[in-house]
Design a protein around this ligand. Sequence first.
Ligand code: NAD
Length: 357
Amino acid sequence: MKKSIVVIKGDGIGPEIVTEAMKVMDRTAQKYNHEFQFTEVDAGGCAIDKYGECLPESSLKKCLEADSVLLGAVGGPKWENVEKNNRPERALLRIRSEMGLYANLRPAKIFPQLSHSSPLKDTIVQKGIDFVIVRELIGGIYFGSHETIQINGEDHASDIMAYSEHEIERIGRTAFETARKRRKRVISVDKSNVLDCSRLWKKVMHRLSENYPDVEYSDMLVDNCAMQIVKDPSQFDVIVTENMFGDILSDEASMVTGSIGMIPSSSLGSGTNGMYEPIHGSAPDIAGMDLANPIGTILSGAMMLKYSFGMEQESQDIENAVQKVLDEGYRTGDIMSEGCIKIGCCEMGSRIADHIK
Ligand code: NAD
């Protein structure tokens, strides 16, 4: 199969981790006789430096034309004072929105080899952590209007959160369909004791749940969910929630699994082209030092093969290769523990690629 993949390496550790993911994907293509054509485009801080804008139209056009997009990370202290509509993160919001990527899936799964890296007690970890957060990605407060004005001589800021029924319904469907391929349990997370948006969210989710009698459905308030993720994460299978709650809960979920560097994500809309990226940021503190963990990006590549290209076996091969390297005791600094062998980002990518044969 021939596939065109747009690559946004981005800023900070982005170029290092994406290079390793491309190495692993290339090896997979060789094994299975596929052709992956990678086209690099600029977006984020590096695009601001080169072109004065975080997302040149030519970069966006290539993303829209590609079979899928692989992203490292964007942003960093260098661009903190850039005008708000041209900040590096704006590039991602625009790509997600233009590509119609409303569903962000973030698995939170503990690798048995890394169970000691979880900050949770052994007794909790041993019950198992394996759930997916399905986050609505192109609505809610991040896409509402943002304003800072002067009222009575002081600054007054507001951000609008809005959702309509169809936006809730389509992400709800993604959650129920995802649950059908897993342990068939959906928990919808909201703040319906305070917010109108959440009351609508809950109403639509309840209505939708009637179409999925085979899936167990319940609701949970977001503050309770934040507590339950650290108290007993084994209770979760699929969590579905709106944009901002999903952003925060998925970072919490990544922490309980050990390292933020291990977790991939996919963003999909109604078609098969999507954007795949690790959940962490550009880690400017370790950029350019060969210290980054590329596994989250490599597993994002594996998700792309599975969800955008229907290459189940190829995707599984990459996951198995990651498991093998961890079994052999190789670790990047962020997941290092006693008795293991510390290696850099580049060697981690090469070792994973070497297991694909
Ligand atoms: P971060 O995720 O970049 O880093 C948090 C901590 O985790 C740092 O100590 C970092 O060294 C470590 N870390 C992250 N990824 C790692 C990896 N792969 N291997 C080893 N260690 C890793 O979060 P931050 O410091 O809050 O943000 C840095 C910049 O990234 C900011 O400009 C932020 O806006 C941006 N950001 C971008 C994205 C994105 O591109 N999707 C997401 C979040 C943050």
